[in-house]
Design a binder for this molecule. Structure first.
Ligand SMILES: [Zn+2]
Length: 105
């Protein structure tokens, strides 16, 4: 039987800074995470964003992944819907491969 997930942090006392553990690939700031704690009921959504591919993972503030959510990968390449050159498609493929590798760790 696996251990129950730790309870989410639902409230942060004024003037204090909660500790939030980011994976090494997260490009969000601590301030962004703190601002979103209420919106996500104490959970944190870590993002890795670049110009063509994003990926994200939902976790508890201590870095423990939320076992009920899978990592998500999102293609945000500006040409993704309109067609792209072979060179642009190669760059997207590389960015997508890197995101898949990182998100599955
Ligand atoms: Zn983060």
């Amino acid at each position: 039987m696996s251990a129950a997930p730790r309870p989410a942090v639902l409230a942060v006392p004024p003037g204090t800074q909660p500790e939030i553990v980011c994976p090494p690939w997260c490009t969000d700031t601590l301030e962004e995470h703190v601002a979103e704690l209420g919106e996500w009921e104490g959970l944190v959504i870590h993002h890795h964003a670049n110009e063509s591919v994003w990926h994200s993972r939902v976790a508890y503030p201590d870095g423990t992944p939320d076992p009920t959510e899978v990592p998500l990968i999102q293609v945000v390449h500006p040409r993704a819907m309109d067609g792209m050159t072979i060179e642009q498609a190669r760059e997207l493929l590389e960015a997508l491969s890197a995101a898949i590798e990182e998100a599955s760790r």
